[in-house]
Design a protein around this ligand. Structure first.
Ligand SMILES: Nc1ncnc2c1ncn2[C@@H]1O[C@H](COP(=O)(O)OP(=O)(O)OP(=O)(O)O)[C@@H](O)[C@H]1O
Length: 730
């Protein structure tokens, strides 16, 4: 066994040395080519591509590849060893097999989709399906040109030729810094299917916590850019994420994959920009305050909760019919007369509006009709031979033209939105009462907000939709692809509006209903989104394996889901074992001073272990602020994370649990995991589930009294540790 390993290691070391020499030779030639600085466009493009290649190769020579697959196609003579890396490198002899195959190339998909066994394997190539036998699947770790590790995950010639998870487990056991990383060397089959799914589909992915949704979405973008290079541009792809700090957290993955320029935004930032609005940010704070900070019972969430109603397609219908009403009665009553004796019949204007310009949206139609009226006035003026009469007519014509134009409806999205909620004076032919379908609570809150000039996030999709109905979107450059992370917090209306801004329904929509802690505005079932697309334009995938946390943590979190949420979406752990989840009662019960001391002790203990990121999660922002202020007495560099953060620094952090969504930490301390802070409701259980699933290796729950029942049940269902670790007790 040892000998086999030695020879495999030697073989790979020799291969690596050879590969490095070849890469250096290609690089040298590229560097020797004089840099083109002239004005010829073709030459400039060639120079840009040479420059990119120089950069790619310089990066690649540090870690040329990460995997090897020995494969023999059924019509080939011998097996060939394929080396797979982040960027492909061809050999100088075109006929030769590439030195490194890009992980996104068709043949490389075998490296991910092959699940062992003696049966032939196949992959989709441009010329059709290629079938053959896989002999070896090997992971190699190269860092700074040094071969560090060789691990065979499949070897047809060994006694136990099954694909093993050993290398994956080794990778997952590593500690995390302040950034999400690429996973090219260990992409799993079910993830690969999503990454390589066809472009023009609205992919909806339900994935349990830690199943790699965010990571997979980023790899999918890199794949689409490779596979559809003629059709897509990086700068026409966009990722929507929940907040700016999260965007910072994921910002390294795409550059690691050699991809730049993809747009990244939050929905409110993007929508406000399209609408030319500045959204009052206290709205988000106020919403979070209402749902997460307030003590006592939370309002019940129904389809009539303002966020839910305003995110529904019902409101889309109300908007459509309101805009249609405006459009139908747009042309002012009566003929148009610029001065005595000149008359343009209303029938003619109606003909222009309703027939000739009917393909245009209302605001553009109005523009065109008014321009035509202007031209008609000019023609009429030409008929006049007296200079002084001409002068008078010009003046009067301009005044009447202006007055006529002002009789048209106000094609301003915000005004129409206000009119729909009857927050301002409505057009005469509208009923005095708002559409009966708007629930009274929604009407009251929205009217109040609009009268005060407040806009909420949930008002943005309706405003964008009105904008689209009025102006169309022919002038807008459409996205080639849209990724929506944490999509359970998006509404159907948001997706429907975004669909107007993307070509070919090309979406990757990822989320987890079990983490739906913003259910007051998000979806409660994926069908709400799926039903927006024709069946042939959408596909649904489910990711059930969780990679982030140890088995102990995942089993415990599953216990919370089963007991507290009644969810069937349980996670399947990778076989990676760690310490049991630890439940620690505060030594002095709920007394404040003891609580602070115990949280400090817990953090001291965990921060002296080898972990790079440790977080204390609190119930509210206020708790986090107070705790942070105390903890700074002991820890110089502890960060407080609040909703306004744009950067995630890693290390030690204190944050309210609801802001931890999407992030991960080597070790997590949930402070106050007791009934006083977390109720016995499905909502609280979801929050607790989010908090617990942030931990990679270690999870401690500190409590000052009785546990909520879902935590009690979870603790009974799996083996947990109770109290302070013996050797480290204060
Ligand atoms: N195939 C894989 N190989 C190695 N690591 C993986 C793999 N898939 C996911 N991971 C790791 O698992 C962790 C969770 O990934 P990610 O944050 O993308 O999951 P998620 O589904 O978006 O999680 P959540 O919904 O809980 O925020 C990350 O550390 C990621 O690197």
């Amino acid at each position: 066994m040892e000998d086999n390993f030695q020879s495999a290691y030697q073989e790979e070391e020799d291969r690596l040395n050879g590969a490095l020499t070849e890469i250096d030779s290609v690089l040298e030639k590229l560097r020797a080519t004089p840099v083109y600085t002239g004005h010829d466009y073709t030459e400039q493009a060639l120079e840009a591509s040479r420059d990119q290649r120089r950069k790619d190769l310089a990066k690649l020579r540090q870690e040329p590849y990460f995997g090897r697959l020995d494969f023999q196609g059924s019509d080939e003579d011998g097996r060939k060893a394929l080396y797979i890396g982040k960027i492909g490198v061809d050999r100088e002899q075109v006929s030769d097999r590439p030195l490194v195959i890009d992980w996104r190339a068709p043949v490389a998909s075998l490296f991910y989709s092959f699940t062992g066994g003696t049966e032939p394997a196949s992959y989709d190539a441009p010329d059709g399906l290629i079938e053959g036998l896989v002999y070896l699947k090997r992971n190699v770790v190269i860092r700074k040109q040094i071969l560090e590790r060789v691990a065979d995950t499949f070897n047809r010639e060994s006694d136990a030729p099954a694909v093993s998870d050993e290398f994956l487990v080794y990778r997952l056991g590593e500690n995390k810094d302040n950034r999400l990383r690429d996973i090219v060397s260990t992409i799993q089959e079910e993830q690969d299917k999503i990454i390589r799914a066809a472009k023009n589909t609205a992919l909806i992915i339900q994935g349990v916590a830690g199943s790699g949704k965010t990571t997979v979405a980023l790899h999918r973008l890199a794949y689409l850019l490779y596979q559809y290079k003629e059709q897509v541009l990086a700068e026409r792809m966009i990722i929507f994420a929940p907040n700016r700090m999260f965007l910072d957290y994921i910002s390294d993955v795409l550059p690691e994959l050699g991809v730049g320029n993809i747009m990244q935004s939050t929905f409110p930032d993007w929508a406000s920009n399209v609408l030319g609005l500045t959204l009052a940010h206290q709205d988000a704070a106020e919403t979070l305050n209402r749902w997460f900070e307030a003590s006592g019972a939370l309002p019940e969430i129904t389809d009539e909760t303002p966020g839910r109603f305003k995110g529904s397609t019902l409101l889309m219908e109300i908007i459509e019919s309101s805009v249609k009403l405006l459009e139908d009665s747009a042309v002012p009553e009566g003929d148009f007369s610029p001065w005595e004796g000149a008359v343009l019949r209303r029938a003619t204007i109606l003909h222009w509006h309703n027939e000739e310009y009917s393909p245009y949206p209302p605001a553009k139609r109005k523009e065109r009709v008014m321009a035509r009226i202007h031209r008609w006035i000019e023609m009429e003026l030409k008929k006049c031979s007296s200079a002084s009469i001409l002068k008078d007519r010009k003046k009067m014509g301009a005044q009447r033209e202006k007055a006529y134009s002002s009789k048209w409806p106000k094609y301003v999205p915000l005004t129409i939105y206000k009119q729909i909620f009857r927050a301002v004076k409505t057009p005469e032919d509208w009923s005095a009462e708002p559409p009966a379908i708007i629930p009274a609570s929604v009407l009251k809150e929205t009217r109040g907000d609009l009268k005060k000039g407040n806009l909420r996030e949930e008002d943005l999709p309706p405003l964008l939709y009105i904008h689209y109905l009025l102006f169309g979107n022919d002038d807008v450059i459409k996205f080639d692809h849209i990724v929506i992370d944490e999509a359970q917090d998006f509404s159907p209306f948001q997706i429907a509006v975004l669909d107007l801004f993307v070509r070919g329904h090309s979406f990757t929509i990822l989320g987890d209903l079990s983490q739906g802690i913003h259910a007051y505005k998000g979806v409660h079932a994926w069908e709400e989104m799926q039903s927006l697309f024709a069946p042939e334009h959408t596909a649904y995938h489910s990711l059930t394996r969780s990679y982030r946390s140890t088995m102990e943590i995942i089993d415990f979190a599953n216990g919370i889901l089963s007991a507290g949420v009644g969810s069937p979406l349980l996670a399947v752990p990778v076989f990676r074992s760690g310490n049991p989840v630890r439940l620690i009662p505060y030594r002095e019960g709920s007394a404040e001073e003891g609580r602070m001391e115990d949280i400090t002790s817990a953090l001291k203990m965990l921060s002296t272990r080898e972990y790079r990121t440790v977080a204390v999660l609190t119930r509210s922002l206020k708790d986090a602020e107070e705790l942070h202020a105390r903890l700074t007495e002991y820890f110089d560099d502890i960060n407080l994370i609040d909703g306004s953060m744009t950067e995630y620094k890693g290390g030690l952090s204190v944050l309210p649990l609801y802001l931890s969504k999407g992030l991960e930490f080597d070790a997590v301390i949930v402070a106050d995991a007791d009934l006083k802070h977390y109720g016995d409701t499905a909502w609280d259980a979801k929050l607790m589930y989010v908090g617990c699933t942030r931990a990679l290796h270690e999870l401690w729950l500190l409590q000052g009294g009785k546990l909520p029942t879902y935590l009690e049940s979870a603790a009974l269902a799996v083996e947990t540790a109770t109290g302070w670790p013996v050797e480290e007790a204060r």
